[in-house]
Design a protein around this ligand. Structure first.
Ligand code: NI
Length: 228
């Protein structure tokens, strides 16, 4: 299941991010891909040594932390420091692949993160480039995603996905991998749907008894399913 979070970044943040990316050098995106993915990956990525990278990462992490929708949808336990990529010119596509299940946590010797969720935060305006759709295959078929700048899509890391060729302009994005407190995608989805329904009920009826009880059930399910 895909979950879209609109306007995770505000306009000022987008301007700041784009200015930093414009002032950065790009390298081949091969470094962060597993063996299968590397064969079909043809894009560029910000180097781990890029001077702006710490600030870019902090800005995105801060945006994630202030979003209650993100918390409810991902129930994040650990988030790998975000990466940034660029599709343009001759390096403009990424064929179908599955993201690696286990990722090394930087600067923590021997530590791994299990990637349950992947996320793409779009940084370029959709009218500024042609192509570049993110295609995600799930049990309901293939979804094609191309969001407004500043918006993000979350999808299970287990799903096959690809980025189609960018044939005009440049597509900048931030991509992330995270381990959820709730490993099972369907359990996570049920919790998210319940939390969103509770939000609606609360705004319509206030803290009536039924809302309080259902909120208790939400937390009890989360307590039962969450791991940390
Ligand atoms: Ni991927």
């Amino acid at each position: 299941m895909l979950i879209t979070i609109d306007q995770l970044l505000n306009t000022e943040e987008l301007i700041e991010v784009r200015a930093m990316l414009k002032d950065s050098a790009w390298e081949s995106g091969q470094s962060s891909a597993g063996l299968q993915a590397a064969r079909v990956k043809n894009n560029q990525q910000l180097s781990e040594h890029a001077p702006h990278l710490p600030k870019l990462r902090a800005l995105v992490m801060n945006a994630l932390q202030r979003s209650p929708i993100f918390f409810s949808a991902a129930l994040p336990l650990k988030i790998l420091p975000p990466f940034f990529n660029r599709y343009a010119d001759q390096t403009n596509a990424y064929g179908f692949h599955v993201d690696s299940a286990m990722r090394q946590v930087p600067n923590e010797a021997g530590a791994y993160l299990r990637s349950d969720l992947s996320a793409t935060l779009f940084l370029s305006a959709p009218e500024d480039y042609d192509g570049g759709e993110l295609s995600i295959v799930d049990t309901f078929g293939t979804h094609s995603v191309k969001l407004q700048a500043g918006s993000m899509v979350l999808y299970p890391s287990s799903s096959l996905h690809a980025v189609s060729s960018v044939t005009r302009g440049e597509r900048l994005a931030c991509f992330m991998f995270m381990q959820s407190m709730v490993r099972d995608a369907e359990q996570r989805r049920m919790l998210y749907d319940m939390d969103m329904a509770l939000l609606d009920l609360r705004s319509e009826f206030g803290e009536i008894d039924a809302v309080v009880k259902l909120t208790g059930s939400y937390h009890n399910l989360l307590r039962r399913w969450a791991e940390n």
